[in-house]
Design a binder for this molecule. Structure first.
Ligand SMILES: NC(=O)c1ccc[n+]([C@@H]2O[C@H](COP(=O)([O-])OP(=O)(O)OC[C@H]3O[C@@H](n4cnc5c(N)ncnc54)[C@H](O)[C@@H]3O)[C@@H](O)[C@H]2O)c1
Length: 361
């Protein structure tokens, strides 16, 4: 823990990643200020959970990132800003692209401007997304057993690095891409010590099950409830999955080196070893539950990627970060948490505990 008495600001601190981050920061003794409008499903519950655990150590401003005056007050006197508040669903961005733009792009610009209004400006760690790289439709891929893989062997082995061009295909990817660029521009132009992280699919406890972006929790939850699981495409599509604790570790490592890393963007994900095809995920769930999930197959949707894996070597070189929780241990932990939510008690299944203990290095 650092000795700085100033609070840490986490925008979106009542969300899935935010609540996990706030909990971690508060556990290390830091004072945390949350800025969140509680618009996300489950945000209310997360805030109550944080208040129960940490009392006055965690304070919340219930406000919208589109409110510049409240933002200016919120960044006053903080030692760092983790900017996570965002509209996160592709579907919502298609229904209302203007609101998506205002929250994600303009909201991020306003966070940066609020920070720039103070001397010295607080460091900003921004969570962008791997979706800025688009649907990768031009990538040549082939079927390899239960998964797709790129024909380029080097790409398959290392993943996609940060030099890959932004090619956003959805309003959400556009607004996050613009925000990502503004963060880097504020570092370059105004000297704001700001860093971008581009997470792939994060998952873990406190995630809300939804079609998008909580699809992994949704899939596991439907398996728990013996509900049919809908798969678009052939199920061989490969997702880079990132356990939430590993994402938080990346945020903290970047913070400790933020002056050296200002103006840089880093992919953060499980990497090629931390990928899962949907077929592999279903097989894993079947094994963990000792029950075969029912699957309904539907057509591919426009924009569905066949493959994505993050090349995280830049982040590893800069901070020593490595993903420590592999997909098997992570899915087991998520399954255990979801079962706890269902039953309101701790899961003591030997099988879950045994498998959750396996990490990959
Ligand atoms: N979860 C993932 O897989 C993933 C992947 C890549 C990037 N990210 C990024 O990480 C960040 C956190 O994502 P998450 O999964 O925790 O999402 P989330 O929806 O659980 O959390 C976002 C939080 O922001 C708040 N919020 C939304 N609109 C707001 C507004 N206008 N003003 C103030 N607060 C607002 C919500 O209430 C919520 O608590 C987001 O920026 C997201 O784009 C997440």
């Amino acid at each position: 823990m650092n000795q700085d008495p100033r609070p840490v600001l986490v925008t979106g601190g009542a969300g899935f990643v935010g609540a996990n981050l706030v909990d971690h920061l508060a556990r290390t003794g830091l004072r945390v200020r949350i800025y969140d409008d509680l618009s996300a499903t489950g945000a209310d519950g997360n805030l109550s959970w944080l208040r129960r655990r940490h009392g006055d150590q965690v304070r919340a401003t219930i406000a919208d990132v589109r409110d510049r005056n409240r933002l200016r007050d919120a960044v006053d006197g903080v030692q760092v800003v983790f900017h996570l508040a965002a509209q996160v669903a592709v579907g919502a961005s298609v229904i209302d692209p203007r609101a998506d733009f205002e929250i994600n792009a303009l909201g991020t610009l306003d966070v940066l401007e609020a920070v720039r209004g103070h001397e010295p400006p607080a460091p900003v760690i921004f969570l962008s997304t791997s979706q800025v790289y688009g649907d990768l439709a031009d990538l040549s891929v082939s079927i390899d057993g239960e998964r797709w893989r790129p024909d380029d062997a080097a790409l398959a082995a290392a993943g996609l690095d940060e030099r890959w061009p932004h090619a956003p295909r959805t309003p959400l990817a556009c607004s996050k891409s613009a925000a990502d660029r503004y963060v880097l521009a504020h570092a370059g132009t105004f000297g704001v010590p700001a860093v971008v992280l581009r997470p792939s699919c994060a998952y873990g406890p406190r995630q809300q099950a939804s079609d998008d972006p909580g699809w992994l929790a949704q899939l596991v939850l439907r398996a728990i409830d013996d509900q049919p699981i809908t798969i678009h495409g052939d199920g061989r599509q490969v997702h880079d999955v990132l356990y939430v604790d590993d994402l938080i570790d990346a945020c903290l490592r970047v913070w400790t080196r933020v002056d050296d890393l200002a103006g840089r963007a880093f992919n953060v994900g499980g990497g090629p070893a931390g990928t899962l095809s949907l077929r592999e995920l279903l097989a894993m769930i079947e094994e963990l539950r000792a029950r075969k999930p029912t699957v309904v197959l539907r057509d591919w949707r426009p924009g569905d990627r066949r493959w994505y894996a993050a090349d995280t070597r830049a982040l590893a070189d800069a901070t020593g970060w490595r993903p420590r929780i592999g997909p098997r241990a992570g899915v087991t932990a998520l399954l255990g948490w979801l079962l706890d939510q269902r039953t309101g008690r701790s899961q003591t299944l030997d099988n879950l505990g045994r498998i959750a203990g396996t990490h990959h290095g």
